[in-house]
Design a protein around this ligand. Structure first.
Ligand SMILES: [Zn+2]
Length: 392
């Protein structure tokens, strides 16, 4: 029998910030696109039915900071992250530079089922040896190579990356030379720049003032010397005004970059991140980061409303990637990238990057992940559940 739809995601709480949608309904997928959203669609019309009653249905999550280049010692396999985390699009945050972007594309990006977009590292070797500091030697800075790489791979290379910690870019004038090279490359290529903040040779107000609208500061809630807050715990005026003129403040949780005191102080002062991301790599996948839904759960614990948390993880990163007409949305006709999430109620321990624990009451997990209209294998068991309760 011919079915009108390939997949029906039945009866979930559909939250799609791009359409201001938050209600119980059924999502239908056909030909790899969202085909219908309605209160009730006959299950007989679909080849496959996912019973999403009691679950949350959102656009496929978009993680704006991951490391998916497995030739680098910190890189993770994107197609195993995708089903575990409900993430259908990930941005590799500069694991490769001009010398190794081609192999990254050939061996990983073009073969992955998960959509991977990428930043190009100012260092020509990217993160081939991340512990050694890829810009300690100025000869590795390759702004012209960055521009050429972005031109050659304009379909997937969407921006420039620099890790601006002193032990990576050097101190004093060398640090500024590297940062200015990264800014210059982004301007010349007509793309945005993501600046990883660590213990930087310049202050955060100085970095914020050097960036243009659309540029991004990742690891925005780290502790230490380079911080969004001053010594009194107040958000710097220059940081706030950078956010107001459109500089993106991205979570990039990571293994050393997310601190409860800083994030709590920021939220208390009304300073929320633009986007939630994980910075997943080999050294944080088994904690404290785990995955995107866990990182999102931490913001629920911090009092950010669920709809906003989802917006920060779907609609907003899609716009930053300039793909909001296709992804980060469940609008009819858009690509059928969907996350089915389960919200568990209980008492859950959450850990920041500084071994400090908090207890939250909501834990999101990925129940099923659909990428381009196909259920991604290995995405949890909930999609197999077909409740007979509430049948009529
Ligand atoms: Zn990173």
């Amino acid at each position: 029998m011919e079915h009108q739809y390939d997949i029906l995601i039945r009866g979930g709480r559909v939250i799609d910030p791009s359409q201001d949608l938050d209600r119980i309904c059924t999502v239908a997928i056909a030909n790899r696109r969202i085909a219908a959203i309605d209160q009730k669609i006959d299950v007989e019309k679909a080849h496959t039915v996912i019973d999403a009653r009691g679950l949350i249905v959102t656009p496929g999550l978009i993680d704006l900071h991951v490391h998916a280049y497995t030739h680098s010692p910190i890189g993770l396999d994107p197609d195993s992250l995708c089903p575990a985390g409900g993430v259908t699009t990930m941005l590799d945050a500069g694991s490769a530079g001009s010398y190794n972007f081609g192999p990254f594309r050939r061996d990983i990006i073009d073969r992955a089922q998960t959509q991977i977009l990428s930043l190009v590292n100012l260092s020509c070797i990217g993160l081939a040896a991340p512990n050694l500091g890829e810009l300690r030697d100025r000869r590795y800075a390759d702004p012209h190579g960055v521009v050429e790489t972005i031109r050659e791979h304009s379909d997937i290379a969407v921006g420039v990356k620099i890790r601006a910690s002193s032990h990576i870019i050097g101190t004093g004038q060398q640090g500024w030379d590297n940062l200015n090279d990264a800014i210059g490359a982004a301007r010349e290529a007509g793309v945005w720049l993501m600046v990883h903040i660590g213990e930087c040779p310049m202050s955060l107000p100085e970095i914020s003032n050097a960036l243009a609208p659309g540029d991004c500061i990742t690891h925005c809630f780290k502790a230490g010397s380079t911080r969004v807050t001053d010594d009194d715990g107040r958000i710097w005026d220059d940081v706030r005004s950078a956010a107001e003129r459109g500089v993106i403040f991205d979570v990039g949780h990571g293994v050393g970059s997310f601190n409860w005191e800083v994030v709590e102080a920021a939220i208390e002062q009304g300073f929320l991140p633009t986007t939630i991301s994980t910075d997943l790599h080999t050294m944080n996948i088994h904690g404290p980061v785990y995955d995107m839904p866990t990182t999102m759960s931490k913001f629920l614990m911090l009092g950010v409303p669920l709809e906003t948390v989802i917006e920060m993880s779907t609609t907003r990163p899609a716009a930053i990637l300039k793909r909001d007409n296709e992804i980060g949305t469940l609008r009819i006709g858009s690509i059928a990238d969907v996350a089915v999430l389960e919200k568990h109620a209980g008492r859950y321990r959450f850990t920041d990057s500084y071994h400090q624990e908090r207890v939250g009451h909501d834990l999101l997990t990925a129940a099923a992940t659909i990428r381009r209209g196909e259920i991604v294998p290995g995405g949890g068991g909930t999609r197999m559940r077909h409740s007979v309760d509430g049948e009529n």
